[in-house]
Write a protein that binds this ligand. Sequence first.
Ligand SMILES: [Zn+2]
Length: 200
Amino acid sequence: MAASAGPEIERLIGLLSKLPGMGPRSARRAALALLKRRDQLLLPLSAAMAEAAQKVRTCSTCGALDTRDPCAICADPERDESLLCVVEEAGALWAIERAGAFSGRYHVLGGLLSALDGVGPEALRVGDLLRRASAGSVREVVLALPATVDGQTTAHYLAERLAQASVPVTMLARGVPVGGELDWLDDGTIAQAVRARRPA
Ligand SMILES: [Zn+2]
């Protein structure tokens, strides 16, 4: 696409278009919204980004993002250190924390195994996970990975490796979502829900 808004603005659009969910068209709209709302949006956003770039670190224990290392969850003595929840990225950790249903600790893999993209275990935080899981205090590892081909491949690989450490491994249940109507669900979800049924 030919540059048409001047090099500074095109550079901004080019960077915005690299964000997830952003194409060239939505990046242009976002750039325009930022430039039109300089004081309310552009300046506070650039300050927040500079602050995040300076302060946010990856926790050397679990791989989560925080301004301190170890992160707030790893440093919290109230969290159950015998429960370890494995997630793909920090976004999944945030989602589980928002739900407020898990009181253990986390391990962020930093991705998923993918034969197609050539991602092997050495590219993820698998070695750290095995070390943490076999450290003695862990009595259950919960694999909270996506219900995709790569997610399930990764879960099976990790379950096999963790079995060698004799740590019980569980996976998140799959089935009918809260508020879900059965006739709106896809066949795969319904089949999983029927197989994973439990006593009422
Ligand atoms: Zn941590």
